[in-house]
Design a protein. Structure first.
Length: 425
């Protein structure tokens, strides 16, 4: 009897052991299958996610490659496939003269965004070093003047000359292809004019701006993802002792003085008159209506803008002080010209890397690595003054930095990234 009980117990224990082992094995297999399923799902999610990132980049590539199809409007939906299942929305808005692009796709009902500052690759297309309209007058070059790149000149061209006893040192005044220019400068694109108008529309900006007296901190930062933050005044004031970074603007119906101790990065300044103190360093877009004076030994880092624009007939004036470096775009605009043409003075030792567009007289004593569009030249020496003469000037498109991104002044299109502001994923 006892042996039967023992055998029954042993058999029952073995059965429970088998059941336990089967349970453990089943649990392990189930966990492995679940883990594999989750892994497959995770991989699928990752593939879908990276597919959305690829869609963002593909949409931007299409947008940049075919600007005439998409960049005439502020917002575009780009279908990557015929079934419209994968769509990239691209919205363009102005930050001064620079375009801010936001590309968006939808991932699990939530937006995935990429925000960029954009411009134009100056090395694509005609690559103009100098454009002077044909006024049936010749241009003259003397001393160490060098013009390198494709030039649009009056029919009489650029001729060798000797000014102040300084004959031209090189064999040909222009090295590059030479074309006959038209009777006027190329017109600024409508989108460029709209951006200038938006920055100079004090009545509209006053409605959304804060009084400059409300600026009580020494450091302010406003991301590009936020709405612009404007500070305004009807009177003159100075920007001094503060650090301002991002989507921030300063406005005045009078004069704004920018002191050398101001630290501005990406900031917009709009006023009737703007004066920049000697030694200023920063990234800033300046928009003046009457005059814009930049001091000596300043450093404007890329991408900076100096814009002088006025719809009235008042004489307008811009000056870039001695030994200043400027990386970006200098542009003037005055459709209703006064008796005196707009005047731009670029003093000795100045080096501009970028593009200069000025529908008036230019007194060029410094150098330009990039492009210059102007009506004519003015030169004053101790002995006399000269019209349409260049002396010891360097205008060289080939010395433009290879990674420079310009602003397309004549179409308003973009095909290049200046900077990636944010990826919201």
């Amino acid at each position: 009897m006892y042996s039967r009980i023992v055998n029954s117990t042993l058999k029952g224990g073995a059965l429970y052991y088998v059941i336990f082992v089967v349970f453990v094995i089943t649990s392990v297999i189930s966990m492995l299958l679940m883990h594999r399923g989750l892994k497959i799902r995770q991989v699928r999610e990752e593939i879908c996610y990276f597919e959305k990132l690829d869609d963002l980049n593909s949409g931007l590539s299409v947008y940049f490659a075919q600007p005439e199809l998409y960049q005439e409007t502020a917002e575009s939906d780009i279908c990557l496939f015929d079934d419209s299942t994968r769509v990239v929305n691209i919205r363009r808005e102005a930050h001064g003269l620079i375009d801010l692009l936001t590309a968006t796709v939808v991932y699990h009902g939530k937006p995935v965004k990429k925000m960029l500052l954009t411009g134009m690759d100056p090395f694509r297309g005609d690559s103009v070093v100098l454009y002077v309209p044909d006024r049936r007058q010749a241009l003259y070059a003397s001393g160490s003047t060098a013009v390198n790149g494709n030039a649009y000149l009056p029919a009489k061209g650029m001729q060798r000359a000797s000014i102040e006893g300084r004959p031209l040192q090189r064999g040909m005044p222009v090295v590059g292809r030479i074309y006959n220019s038209g009777s006027t400068l190329p017109h600024l694109a409508s989108w460029i004019l709209q951006k200038i108008q938006m920055v100079q529309d004090m009545d509209s900006l006053d409605l959304v701006s804060k009084g400059i007296g409300q600026l009580t901190t020494a450091s302010i930062e406003n991301p590009y993802t936020d709405e612009p933050l404007w500070y305004s005044s009807d009177e003159d004031y100075q920007i001094s002792g503060i650090s301002a970074k991002g989507r921030i603007g300063f406005l005045s119906r009078g004069t704004i003085y920018i002191r050398s101790d101001a630290r501005l990065e990406g900031t917009v300044v709009s006023a009737d008159k703007i004066v920049v103190e000697d030694g200023f360093v920063g990234i800033v877009q300046l928009f003046a209506r009457d005059s814009l004076v930049i001091g000596k030994h300043c450093e404007f880092r890329f991408p900076s803008v100096a814009c002088l624009a006025n719809d009235n007939v008042n004489p307008i004036f811009m000056e870039v002080g001695e030994s200043t470096t400027f990386h970006g775009t200098i542009v003037s605009y005055q459709p209703n010209l006064s008796t005196q043409a707009p005047f731009l003075r670029i003093k000795r030792g100045v080096m501009i890397s970028g593009e200069v567009y000025h529908p008036g007289k230019v007194e060029l004593l410094g150098g330009i690595h990039g492009s210059l569009y102007c009506e004519d030249f003015y030169l004053k020496t101790d002995r006399a003054y000269y019209e349409n003469h260049l002396l010891d000037n360097q205008i060289d498109f080939l010395l433009l930095p290879p990674h420079f991104v310009s602003i397309d002044l004549f179409t308003g299109y973009n095909n290049q990234i200046i900077d990636v502001i944010e990826i919201d994923i």
